[in-house]
Each structure stands twice: as C-alpha cells, then as structure tokens.
Design a binder for this molecule. Sequence first.
Ligand code: FBP
Length: 336
Amino acid sequence: MLNPRRDTSVVTIERFIIEQEELIPEATGALSGILYDLALAAKMIANKVRRAGLADILGATEDQNVQGEVQQKLDVYANETIIKALDHGGRLCAMGSEEVEEFIPIPKKFKQGKYAILFDPLDGSSNIDVNIPVGTIFSIVRKISTGPEGELKDLLQPGYKQVAAGYVLYGSSTVLVYTTGAGVHGFTLDPMLGEFLLHNANITTPETGKYLSVNNGYEQLWSDPVKNLMQRYRGLDGKREAMNGRYVGSFVADFHRNLCGGGIFAYPSNAKSPKGKLRLLYEASPMAFIIEQAGGAAIDGTNRILDISPTSLHQRTPLFIGSKQDVETAREFLNS
Ligand code: FBP
C-alpha cells in the first residue's frame, strides 16, 4: 500500500521507484535500474520526436522490419537508443524488439542479468511524419532459462508472468505510465527540468466507457459477430447509448485516452488479418497488464490476453481492451 500521506507534487520517477522498491523486502534494485534506464531512453527519444521536423529524422529508411513494414528513421533511432540504454547494466539476459527479427542477446562483454525485456520502440510509426502522437511500449519478465545466458524462452512467457509493463506517449506532453503489479502510475516529463514528475498515482479506468477506438475501414472484412458488436457499441441496436468514435491509429495514444476517460480499443481479426494486427508480447500483453491493474480487462475475443502462452516472438493477436463492462460485452457477442 502506497504512502497515503504523500501528495503528488515534485515526486520524480526515481524517488517513486525507490519508494516502491522499499515496499518489497527481497528487492535487489535490478528492476528499478531497468526502469531508470527506460526513463532515460524515453527522454532521448522524446527529444528527437519533439524536433523531428527540424532534424533529419523524418521519413523512411530503405529497410523493412520483420513485420514487412518499411522502417522509419525514428523507429531505428528509438530501437538503438533503448538497446544501448539497457544492454550494459547487468540486469538483463535477453531483449526482444518489434524492429529486430531474432531475440537480442546481451553482448558477451556485459554481465548477464535476471530479467528479460520486450519492447515496441516506436508504436504508431505510420503517424510520425504527420506529427500525430506516437509511443514506446515495454514488458519485463524474469529469466527462466537455467543456462549462463538468456534464451528465446525467457521472452516467450504468458502475460501474467510480467513483473512490470509500461508505455511512453510522445504527445502534447511526454507521459510515462507503468505498473509493477502495485497499481498504475503516471508521470509527465518536465522539459525544463528534464525530469519525469508524478502526475497521477493509482490510475483507475471507469467500469463502462464512452470512447470506441476501432478502424472502421475494415468493417466489410469483419465477421458478423464483430459487426453486431460494433452495432451495440454504436448504440444502433438500441441497447445502449452510442459511444464516441475516437481512433488516432497509434495504439498508445488510443489506449491512453481510454485508460483515462473509459472506453474500448478493438483490433478484431478480419478476413485479411485472421490474427489481427497487434503483436502479443510487446503491444497487447503489456497493455493488458496495465489495464487489469487499473480495473479494466483485455481479451482476444475469448481468452484473457494475460493467459495466452506465446509460441513466437512476433505473433499477433486480436485485441479488445479497456473498460471491464465493454470488454465483457465483446466476450458475450463473440462467444454466443
Ligand atoms: P506499429 O506502428 O508499432 O507497427 O503499431 C501498429 C499500429 O500502428 C498501432 O499503433 C495502431 O493501433 C495500428 O497499428 C493501426 O493499424 P491500422 O492502420 O490497420 O488501423
């Protein structure tokens, strides 16, 4: 239980992480160290994103990532910045990134650690060049392999095994939101101080939401149960008030709005993408951990996202995530 006496003024993320660590007697500081390094990487990426139009960082590279997407220059910068911020601290044994096909081992010159991390370095990268918010998503698990070095299996763990998850939103301000399983906490980067300051401890999301975030452009490719579900959310079957349609096309931005204001983000499977689009390990699973900690829910249509056992690093999953009642409605429509 967090210190009830605390007001939220001038609490840096470092101070907050230390205080949370003190609540766990067996903590060694390794997880705290990873969270510090991520906060530093986020500041560096925010700095680039803020000046994107000025610095030669907009536009695409000639390369494609494992998803077959053209890599944006900022994708590459964000990916390298996170890897360099994390690889030498002696806290990690393996990394997995949306931008790298294979798992990323820790260079032999650095000490191996007891955690592994998965991340989407720049989510919503199709929005970079048009100045729409983008984000970074991360998920941290414990090392389970018994050998001296990390292995792929350390990354392929079901979501309920996560010890921490979070995201950074590079929007009108830069916000970092994370959980270590003891509530969800939000920090805003003060560009003058260069510090992430606590703006909201113990974030919760409403039971029933007002925002519907889905790409309607795929409607003709949806199954009938999905079409009927969307009719319900839109209030077209007369069973509820219509939800407000809001879709930025950056998962982190859509998720953050709905976390704060209540709502549902849906990326159903469709005839062209039978597994949906979003990746389980570094998009759906970390956000599922956060939303459940905030009182919401996340399913693939039937299963709890956090119970899905991953079989490959970049596997995709359909996703319905947000306010508990709205996710329950999805489960009813998609399993009747
Ligand atoms: P990446 O940019 O990390 O590949 O993320 C995928 C993403 O851009 C999500 O942020 C977003 O919710 C979704 O794809 C948008 O997809 P679509 O354009 O098909 O609606």
